[in-house]
Ligand binder design. Structure first.
Ligand SMILES: [Zn+2]
Length: 465
C-alpha cells in the first residue's frame, strides 16, 4: 500500500470525502482536455464509419505504435535488429511486421516494463495491476494514453446514449470505507465526476435496504462496475419484489467475467439492459457491447488475434485465446501480449444492425483460469449453467484443485434445502464427468479476491503444454 492509500484508510469519513473529491478533480483536469475532445470526436465518427475507413485508421495507428516502440524502447530495438525489420517495412506492411514480433507473456511484461518503456514519451501516471497472484505489474501512462483510453471509454457510453458527465453510480474494487464499518453511509459522492462511489465490501443482507434506498434517492442515469456486486443487489431486489421504477439508461459492467444468470437477474431488477465491456487495466484494446446486444471488437483501439492452442488463428465459432496489440498505451506498449483471456469467435461477415461495422465476437469466455479441465471432458468453460434451476444458493465459488477434485463454496439463504446439494453435484458431474470428487461447503461469506473482484470459478493448477 502506498502512502496516499495509507493516509486515506486511516482518515475519518469527512476527510475521505474531501480526499476523494480532490482526486476526482485531478482526474477531471487530466482527462477532459482539448485533445480528449478531439479523440472522442474521431472515435465517434469511426463507430459509424465504413469498415474500410476503420481499417485504414487501424493501420495508421499500428504504424505509429510500431515505429515508436521499435525505435524508442530497449527491448523492442533489440528485436528490430534481430529480425532485420526496417522503418520502411513498417510503413509499407505494418501487419506483416506485427506478425514477426514475439508473443509477450505476462511474466515478460512484468519483468521488462522498464525495457519496454517508450523513452520518447513523458510519464504522467502510473497504474498498478494486481494480478490474482504475485507482485503487481507496473503500467506507465503518458498524456496521450490517458486521453485516448478515456475517449474510447466515453465512446462506449456515447454508443449507449450516455453523455460524458452523466450522473452515475460505480461499484469498483476500491476500499472506500473501512471494511469493519457497520452503519451507512457505505458510499462517497465524487462531485467533480458526478459519481456516487459505492463500496463493494459492505453488500451484506443487513445493509441491502440502505443501499437500495440510496440508489433510488440518487437517481443515476447509469450504473457501472463489477457485475458480481451489482448482481448481489439485484438478487435482493428480485427476492423482495422491490419495485425499481427509476429509468436507467443501462448498466455497464466490466473487469470481471459476466455470467448469463447475472445478466438475467440484473436486467430484471433494474428494468434496463446490461452492457458488457472488455478492457484490462494493463491497457488492452476494447470489446464493447452495442445497443443490439452484440460484442464489437473496437479495432480502432487495437488488434485482437484470436488464437488456438498451436498459435494459429482460431476457426470461427470456436474458443480462442486473445493476444492483444493496443493503440491506447503508448508509453509501455502492448504488442502481441498474451493476456490470458479467451473469447468465442464469431462467424465471419456477420453484420450488426446497430450500424457499427466492426467485427463481432460471440462471447467473452473469461480468464484462462476460469476454464476447468478434466480428463473425461477436457476443457469446460462457463460453469454458471451448473446453477440453473437451483434454489437457495445466493453465491457460489467453484475451485478446481486438481484434475479430479473440486471444492465448491456456497452462501445459502432461507429457501435452501439439503436436496439442493445433490442436484448441484449432479449438475457439476454432468459438466465435468462422473469421476471428479466434489466437496461442497456451506460458508457464511466467500471473501473477495485481489482488487475486490469476486472469484466465481478458478482452476488452481497449471495446464501442461
Ligand atoms: Zn452492434
Amino acid at each position: 500500500m502506498n502512502l496516499k492509500d495509507r493516509i486515506y484508510r486511516k482518515s475519518p469519513y469527512f476527510l475521505k470525502v474531501l480526499l476523494l473529491n480532490f482526486i476526482g478533480l485531478q482526474n477531471k483536469k487530466q482527462r477532459y482536455t482539448k485533445d480528449f475532445e478531439k479523440y472522442l470526436e474521431d472515435y465517434k465518427n469511426l463507430w459509424d464509419a465504413d469498415l474500410i475507413k476503420v481499417e485504414e485508421f487501424r493501420d495508421k495507428e499500428l504504424k505509429n505504435l510500431l515505429l515508436e516502440s521499435l525505435n524508442h524502447s530497449k527491448w523492442y530495438r533489440s528485436i528490430k535488429e534481430e529480425k532485420g525489420i526496417t522503418d520502411d517495412m513498417i510503413h509499407q506492411q505494418p501487419i506483416q511486421v506485427l506478425k514477426k514480433m514475439p508473443i509477450l507473456s505476462k511474466n515478460d511484461r512484468k519483468e521488462k516494463t522498464l525495457l519496454l518503456e517508450n523513452t520518447s514519451r513523458i510519464t504522467k501516471a502510473i497504474g498498478y495491476t494486481s494480478g490474482t497472484s504475485g507482485s503487481p505489474t507496473m503500467n506507465l501512462l503518458d498524456k496521450e494514453s490517458i486521453e485516448k483510453s478515456f475517449a474510447l471509454w466515453k465512446r462506449f457510453h456515447w454508443s449507449l446514449g450516455i453523455k460524458p458527465n452523466d450522473k452515475h453510480i460505480r461499484f469498483s474494487g476500491r476500499i472506500l470505507i473501512d471494511p469493519k464499518k457497520n452503519k451507512p453511509p457505505f458510499w462517497i459522492y465524487n462531485r467533480p465526476e458526478n459519481q456516487l462511489l459505492m463500496s463493494t465490501y459492505h453488500l451484506t443482507e443487513i445493509n441491502m435496504d440502505s443501499y437500495i434506498s440510496k440508489i433510488k434517492k440518487f437517481k443515476p442515469v447509469y450504473i457501472d462496475g463489477y457485475p458480481s456486486a451489482i448482481y448481489i443487489l439485484a438478487q435482493h431486489i428480485n427476492k423482495k419484489n422491490i419495485e425499481f421504477d427509476h429509468n436507467l439508461k443501462g448498466i455497464a459492467v466490466t473487469a470481471e467475467t459476466l455470467y448469463e444468470h447475472q445478466r438475467t437477474e440484473i436486467e430484471k431488477a433494474f428494468n434496463c439492459n446490461v452492457f458488457n465491456q472488455y478492457a484490462s487495466s494493463e491497457g488492452s484494446p476494447f470489446i464493447t457491447e452495442c445497443k443490439m446486444g452484440n460484442l464489437h471488437i473496437n479495432i480502432d483501439s487495437g488488434i485482437f488475434e484470436i488464437l488456438d492452442e498451436n498459435d494459429n488463428e482460431a476457426e470461427p465459432g470456436t474458443i480462442g485465446r486473445l493476444v492483444v496489440t493496443s493503440f491506447r498505451n503508448l508509453k509501455t506498449p502492448l504488442i502481441r501480449y498474451d493476456i490470458k483471456d479467451s473469447v468465442l469467435k464469431g462467424k465471419n461477415n456477420v453484420k450488426c444492425k446497430c450500424g457499427c461495422q466492426m467485427p463481432i465476437v460471440d462471447q467473452i469466455i473469461g480468464r484462462e483460469d476460469d476454464i476447468l479441465w478434466t480428463e473425461e471432458k477436457g476443457y469446460v468453460g462457463r460453469m454458471d449453467t451448473a446453477y440453473k434451476g437451483l434454489k437457495g444458493i445466493s453465491r457460489g465459488q467453484i475451485l478446481q484443485e486438481s484434475p479430479n477434485s473440486l471444492v465448491v463454496n456456497i452462501e445459502v439463504d432461507e429457501s435452501f434445502k439439503q436436496t439442493t446439494i445433490e442436484e448441484f453435484t449432479n449438475n457439476l458431474k454432468d459438466r465435468l464427468g462422473s469421476n471428479i470428487e466434489i466437496c461442497i461447503n456451506i460458508v457464511d461469506e466467500i471473501p473477495l479476491g485481489p482488487n475486490g473482484k469476486f472469484i466465481a470459478v478458478k482452476r488452481n493448477f497449471e495446464m501442461e503444454k
